[in-house]
Design a protein around this ligand. Structure first.
Ligand SMILES: [Ca+2]
Ligand SMILES: [Ca+2]
Ligand SMILES: [Cu+2]
Length: 335
């Protein structure tokens, strides 16, 4: 299998971007139909908070100086940030919820426009694997599979049947924004995501505390074993878990750590925390990648321990993978 060079300069996490393999989009014209989106938290007109939890605003210490962190990702310095109250989805958006959006709008996702998406190699059938010609050099466990999309997570020979309550995957940032627009919601800012992820705790490594396991029990869906070849799945899941699995955090939010990465509205910059922006920060004004938070079922302490609550990553807004989804938020009326 030939390998194309990877455009990532920062050591990649368990994810990968669309430009890492050279495959021509099958339908470039349609791609223009994706509207560029503004990352500003709009004054939300919608007041339907079904499936959401109230997150009371406050001031917290964002970021970490943890020695287990990735300094190159810009996880530090720790800095004080204030966020207003908001509502956040209790779980990541599920296949069932995303399916309702597709049924209502006929929206075509970017994976469908490009004709392919990244599937983790162990999930790809022999027949589909035989068609794969290039893989991202820095993340060769990702196969660009033609016909893989949210409704066919492992490729054209797969379905989401039985996984309706799992988080939707193979959605790009642009797809997530389109869903938000339809639902009258928005993506969380990176600050909102971390504030919510911490669940009211201060400067802990995980949403539940500093220890990965509590009483010997798994708290999240990540990778056990030898990445990327042997997953023991002692947490119960090789791939995605139902969106409402494991114990929720202090705010009642499920799977903020692990399961699937979650898109945030911000552009990513490893130096952004040095900007001093502390009042409901919206992220850098420009960038190349959008922030992803929380890590996924592929994260492992030996390679990418980005299931820590301060961990950050990014991907280009048109990229889609089998381990990234999103959840939505809604601004609460200001007091
Ligand atoms: Ca797992
Ligand atoms: Ca997650
Ligand atoms: Cu990872």
């Amino acid at each position: 299998m030939a390998q194309e060079s990877d455009h990532n300069t920062v050591k990649s996490c368990c994810s990968t971007d669309r430009s890492s393999v050279v495959l021509a989009p099958k339908n470039l014209k349609l791609k223009a139909a994706v509207k560029p989106a503004d990352s500003k938290p709009a004054a939300d007109s919608n007041s339907d908070t079904t499936g959401m939890l109230f997150i009371p605003g406050g001031t917290f210490l964002m970021g970490t100086n943890d020695k287990e962190g990735f300094a190159a990702d810009g996880e530090g310095p720790v800095h004080s940030v204030t966020v207003n109250s908001f509502y956040m989805d209790e779980t990541a958006v599920t296949n069932e919820q995303f399916g309702r959006f597709i049924a209502a709008t006929g929206y075509i996702t970017e994976a469908q426009r490009f004709g392919w998406s990244y599937v983790f190699h162990l999930f790809v059938s022999e027949a589909e694997a035989a068609k794969v010609r290039t893989v991202p050099q820095a993340a060769p466990w990702w196969y660009p599979v033609e016909g893989a999309d949210w409704n066919h997570p492992e490729g054209p020979d797969s379905t989401i049947e039985g996984r309706e309550d799992h988080p939707v995957i193979h959605v790009s940032w642009n797809d997530a924004m389109a869903y938000c627009e339809w639902a009258g919601r928005r993506l969380p800012t990176e600050a909102e995501w971390e504030y919510a992820g911490r669940g009211g705790l201060a400067q802990k490594r995980y949403p539940w505390g500093d220890e990965l396991k509590q009483g010997g029990e798994h708290n999240c869906n990540i990778w056990q074993g030898k990445f990327p070849v042997k997953n023991h799945a002692s947490d119960g899941y090789l791939g995605t878990a139902p969106a409402k699995s494991f114990r929720p955090n202090g705010y009642g939010l499920y799977n903020m750590a692990g399961n699937v990465w979650e898109w945030c509205s911000d552009w990513f910059s490893p130096t952004y925390y040095q900007s001093g922006e502390s009042d409901n920060p919206l992220g850098p004004r420009t960038g190349e990648g959008r922030v992803m938070r929380g890590g996924s079922y592929l994260c492992h302490s030996s390679y990418c321990n980005r299931y820590r609550v301060a961990a950050r990553s990014k991907n280009t807004p048109d990229s889609s993978t089998g381990n990234c989804g999103f959840r939505t938020v809604l601004s609460a009326p200001q007091q």
